[in-house]
Design a binder for this molecule. Sequence first.
Ligand code: HEC
Length: 194
Amino acid sequence: MTRLMLAGVILAVAGCTAPAPEPVVDVSAKSAALADRFQADLQGQLQAAMKAGGPVGAIGVCQQAAPAIAASLSEESGAEVRRIALRERNPAAAPEGDLRDRLEQLAAAPLTAEGKPAVMQWTSDSGADARAHFMRAIPMKEQPCAACHGTSIAPEVQDKLAELYPADKATGFKPGDLRGAILVSWPVGAARGK
Ligand code: HEC
């Protein structure tokens, strides 16, 4: 074995791929599973809250539940799980860096040809800080979304939204628009697990 080859083997074993491009890591299956759980859990809580207290009561439930579900799925998986949006309600959902461009691409085509929420995947950074990202569209629907994100929102819902989210940008959506996206980001470089 030449010294060069040996060096390559050692680098590969150490997980240090500095000179070579980061391998594409397919995180789609485990990311989609997390995104499904996020949506199912939140939808369950939202539906129960709408039934119990109508949209006004459900806003507070959503405010508590959404970040809590994101935090617990992140904790459990080691990925960062969050929702983002071009016109956000929760200020923490604002897209930073290149996320805005990617969301704009997703907004241009939120659904696949089969009518499923569109997905984008990419890897950012390199080496130790490399992260594999999975982003899935959350399309706007009439029911139940329009009560809190639609084009004609009841005045008492508007008041509650203004109270809890003074900088709310997440109204005026029509069915089929991109309401936002679930973003699941995995550490895949040597810094994994840090
Ligand atoms: C009862 C009112 C209500 C209903 C109904 C509702 N939402 Fe929301 N939505 C909220 C609130 C409140 C937040 C902010 C939650 C937070 O603080 O993290 C939010 C946040 C979001 C976000 C995260 C991005 C952002 O703007 O903060 C997405 C995406 C979203 N909603 C999509 C939907 C979709 C799709 C539906 C229909 C399936 C829906 N919502 C139904 C109240 C509602």
